[in-house]
Design a protein around this ligand. Structure first.
Ligand code: FAD
Length: 400
């Protein structure tokens, strides 16, 4: 097993150990570095990598978060942090190309996305965020390459866009190391044991000690935490496809916003991502499935020709003009969902020194930079400027 260590850990008792350095762990490590904490980050793989939940180049970000008002301050602050990181690193991370949301006029009751344009509009209005429900498919903000929009409800947010997922992780890890964080990769944590004076983190290679531990192991989190929290987390396989297009300029970020097209049922969701300079020169699209659970160590990571052809026939061809069935690349990525699709961020039931962080649920990336800041702030001072309490397990325990 390849092991990479940046910095020296020696016999230090750290202020903080971060277990798992994907979107969440990288953000927490960077923020701990900024606060001058003695911090160690450990990852079983070599992030950014393609085995967890933070790959496939880009993530959608929306300031008008239809998932709920509790998220609004996190995405807004994350945008500020990414701009700051761009300034510090010289890398472009946030592309505000705008975004469209498309739903049925009358969404089917029980659907996961509910009435998402209406819900997003309501939340945007209450917070003064620029979001418009369009008059119809002929609005100039609707690209001509979309078809089948008659009778759909369409919402547009000009400040929405894409974040570079792996690059954001890489930049935060690099900045954390520059600020003094120690990063060790290719090292798997096997146990986390709180005691009277701190927390012992046991790995395949040794032991480390810290005052506090953040557990941000993504889809592997259930293996580390066990108990009721683990039972609440469900991991599902999601496929991402890049298809050839006739005219790449028509799908470039200058012409084309991202599109979240929510169909009549959950299996008809289609996410479409504009082609950005420096990314795979093809159209990235994805769906969602919640039928089969999986585990990151055993998930089928091959995307078969039949799966590609089926996706193109069902969801791409009827909705997008000039997208060929030739798939130049496909990747498997993992969602980790709670029963209500909201995040699980809370102290461990048996120790205040351990914070469990699961923001996956398919919509976590856009909030990750600010969540990292709030979690480190909370551990360091006992409170955070942004309110993490809506993400606590109390909502499951009280049945709310
Ligand atoms: C296909 C797809 C599309 C998505 N689209 C969007 C989107 O458009 N917008 C959005 O906001 N969000 C989106 N999300 C959600 C978002 O990507 C996730 O919320 C986020 O990436 C989760 O990051 P994480 O740090 O929790 O997990 P991960 O990135 O998986 O990181 C976990 C890390 O922990 C490490 N690890 C695990 N176990 C151990 C161990 N025992 N010891 C040491 N290290 C360990 C792993 O190697 C890994 O690096 C999407 C997710 C997927 C899968």
């Amino acid at each position: 097993m390849a092991v990479t260590v940046t910095g020296r850990s020696g016999d230090t008792t750290f202020d903080l150990i971060v277990v798992g350095l994907g979107a969440m762990g990288a953000a927490a490590l960077y923020q701990a570095g900024r606060r001058g904490l003695r911090v160690l980050g450990i990852d079983r793989h070599h992030p950014p990598h393609t085995l967890g939940s933070t790959h496939a180049e880009t993530r959608i970000t929306r300031l008008a978060v239809g998932e709920g008002p509790q998220y609004l301050p996190f995405v807004a602050r994350s945008h500020e942090i990414w701009r700051q990181l761009e300034h510090e690193s010289g890398e472009a991370l946030l592309h505000q190309c705008g975004g469209l949301i498309v739903t049925e006029e009358r969404p089917v009751p029980g659907q996961r996305w509910r009435d998402f344009v209406v819900e997003t509009d309501r939340i945007a209005r209450s917070a003064g965020i620029d979001f418009a429900v369009l008059d119809g498919e002929h609005d100039r903000r609707v690209p001509a390459v979309l078809r089948g929009l008659a009778g759909k409800r369409i919402g547009h947010e000009p400040s929405a866009g894409l974040v570079m997922a792996e690059r954001a992780v890489a930049v935060q890890l690099a900045r954390a190391a520059e600020l003094g964080a120690i990063v060790t990769t290719g090292e798997r944590v096997t146990a986390v044991r709180p005691d009277a004076t701190g927390v012992e983190v046991v790995t395949e290679r040794g032991r480390h000690r810290a005052e506090h531990v953040v557990l941000s192991a993504g889809p592997w989190l259930p293996d580390l935490i066990g108990g009721g929290d683990a039972e609440r987390l469900r991991v599902t396989r999601q496929a991402v496809f890049w298809f050839e297009v006739d005219d790449p300029d028509r799908y470039g970020a200058d012409e084309f916003p991202f599109v979240m097209w929510i169909g009549g049922d959950d299996a008809e969701y289609l996410g479409v991502f504009p082609i950005l300079a420096g990314t795979t020169p093809a159209l990235k699209v994805l769906g969602e499935q919640f039928v089969t659970d999986t585990h990151p160590d055993t998930v089928d990571r091959t995307v078969a020709a039949g799966e590609i052809a089926d996706f193109h026939r069902r969801l791409v061809e009827p909705r997008l003009v000039g997208v060929r069935p030739t798939c130049v690349k496909a990747e498997v990525c993992l969602y980790t969902n709670t029963p209500d699709d909201h995040f699980l961020i809370d102290r461990a039931p048996d120790s205040d020194r351990i914070t469990i962080v699961s923001p996956c649920s398919g919509h976590g990336f856009k909030h990750s930079a600010a969540l990292g800041e709030a979690i480190v702030e909370d551990l360091s001072t006992g409170r955070s400027a942004l309110d993490l309490s809506p993400f606590g397990r109390h909502r499951f325990e009280t049945g709310r």
